[in-house]
Design a protein around this ligand. Sequence first.
Ligand code: GDP
Length: 140
Amino acid sequence: MTKERTFSIIKPDATRRNLTGKINAKFEEKGLRVVAQKRLHMTQEMAERFYAVHKERPFYKDLVKFMTSGPVVVQVLEGNDAVALNRKVMGATNPANAEPGTIRKEFAESIEANSVHGSDSPENAKNEIAFFFSETEIVG
Ligand code: GDP
C-alpha cells in the first residue's frame, strides 16, 4: 500500500443541504485525511475546462450548469491507495447502483446531483489537484 493523494469535490447538491461535515466524516472514518480544502463557486469557464473530457457526452451542458449552480468544496484527500479508496467510499456514479454505506447511496439525489466527485486515476488526480491547488496549500 502506498500513501497517495486524490482530488475530491463536494458538489452543489451537498453544500446546499449543509452536508460538508457529514461527507468529511465518511472520508475520515475510512482512513482518508483532508490535507487541503476550500469552498468556491465555479465559473462556467472553470467547469467547462474541468469537465472537458466529457465534452461529447450528452449530459455535458447540464453537468456544467449543475456544477456552477452553487458553491462547491474542493479538496485533496490523502491515504493509502487514496484514489481507489475514495472511489469505494463514494460509491457508483448512479446512486441507485451504489453500495450501502457509500456517500452516494446515503446522500446523492440523482445520477447527476451525486454529491461528490473523485479522481478516477492517479494521473488524473495529479492534474485535478494542480487545477485547484498550489503545493503550498496542501499540508499533509
Ligand atoms: P464519476 O467518475 O462517477 O463522477 O462519473 P463520470 O465521470 O462518468 O461522470 C461525471 C459526472 O457527470 C457524474 O459524477 C455525474 O455528476 C454526471 N453524470 C454522469 N452520467 C450522467 C448521466 O447519464 N446523466 C447526467 N445528467 N449526468 C451524468
